[in-house]
Design a protein around this ligand. Structure first.
Ligand SMILES: [Mg+2]
Length: 361
């Protein structure tokens, strides 16, 4: 299918965690609400209600700062089970419109509705119906962006929030990309943004005026992607078989820890959690990475790839100790610990189990 004929919808729930809390607790309605760490902790804001955003509060802001901006705000701990439940219902709604949807997180997904012929094939009307269906089934509000590729659909869903529905047509695509600050481009992170700024590239138009050769030379392979998106072109398919590259868990301590034994105990707990996540995905891993953030925010990682798959945290005892030998654990206070598992593969024994389950259903 020619790219300009594709119909892509990006659905993004509005203030998702906070909206679920407001739905389930009428006393939070119309109140500044913060889901995340408590103000006296060192946690951060996961999501906040639109009432809280008026005070300048946003995701990833330290909760203590959010408290200073709005002391009367209500702070609540996240209830991931509730969010997951809502997310499952939302994904069921997507499946009524297309088999081709790609969740990016609990509250966000791309849908390819090119082959959906309802509403005379109007992707905008399909998006409107999806929004209504989500509202009807979950009492939660979604914003939708509609366009002919993922890059523009994602920009579109952000244009009209909350409760937005925004279309970027093939005729408007390249003009949209031209006006956009490069930092807003999906796939351009902080470091690349900085590099582009140094080269005088501030908005899409500046990017578009560069030659492909220059972009390849300056940014490597990504240069081709930047060349394309500055023209509103994005060939990436909506991929419903997204396999994650790693699973990870981390924890920030209320008070910095210093004791090596305590560090090892925490790492084993984190490892058990990561292995559980892996098991839920029916995957196995071969690489373990330990992340350490010292009290002064200096962060290091240490990793090891094993010759066979990692099955239990006890097996990894010697590896964990070995990795720590290469750090300043015991001498320098630690603020955060994390473990991630990568080099993932589908676990063949579990695939068989699931196939058997299918047979009996
Ligand atoms: Mg969202």
């Amino acid at each position: 299918m020619p790219d300009a004929c594709r119909k892509i919808i990006h659905i993004d729930m509005d203030a998702f965690f906070a909206a679920v809390e407001q739905r389930d607790h009428p006393q939070y309605h119309n109140k500044p609400l913060i889901v995340g760490g408590k103000p006296d902790s060192r946690g951060v804001v996961a999501t906040c209600s639109y009432e809280a955003r008026k005070y300048g509060i946003h995701s990833a802001m330290p909760s203590s700062q959010a408290y200073r901006l709005c002391p009367q705000a209500i702070f609540v701990n996240p209830r991931f089970e509730a969010y997951k439940e809502a997310s499952n219902i939302i994904r069921q709604v997507f499946s009524n419109y297309t088999d081709l949807f790609e969740p990016l997180s609990l509250d966000e997904a791309y849908l390819d509705v090119s082959n959906n012929s309802s509403h005379q094939g109007s992707a905008t009307l399909i998006a409107k119906e999806i929004k209504q269906s989500i509202l009807h089934k979950t009492c939660l509000v979604a914003s939708a962006g509609v366009s002919y590729n993922k890059f523009l659909a994602k920009i579109a869903s952000d244009m009209d929030k909350p409760n937005g529905l925004y279309l970027i047509t093939p005729e408007q695509g390249s003009q949209f990309a031209e006006q956009l600050a490069v930092g807003k481009f999906h796939g351009i992170g902080k470091a690349t943004e900085k590099k582009m700024h140094a080269l005088g590239i501030k908005i899409g138009k500046d990017l578009k005026s560069q030659s492909l050769a220059f972009l390849l030379q300056s940014f490597g392979k990504a240069g081709q992607y930047y060349y394309n998106i500055s023209r509103g072109i994005d060939h990436r398919p909506v991929n419903n078989h997204r396999i994650s590259k790693s699973v990870g868990v981390e924890t920030t301590f209320q008070t910095d820890i210093n004791d090596r034994i305590e560090v090892i105990q925490h790492l084993h707990k984190l490892l058990d959690k990561a292995l559980k996540k892996l098991h839920d995905k029916s995957m196995t891993a071969q690489t373990i990475t330990v992340k350490i953030k010292y009290h002064d925010f200096v962060q290091i990682t240490r990793s090891r790839t094993l010759s066979q798959s990692i099955s239990s945290s006890t097996d990894l005892g010697p590896v964990v100790k070995d990795l720590l030998n290469n750090t300043e654990v015991g001498q320098r206070k630690i603020r955060l610990l994390g473990v991630s598992l990568s080099s993932l593969q589908k676990n063949p024994s579990q695939i068989n189990n699931y196939q058997q389950l299918d047979l009996f259903e």
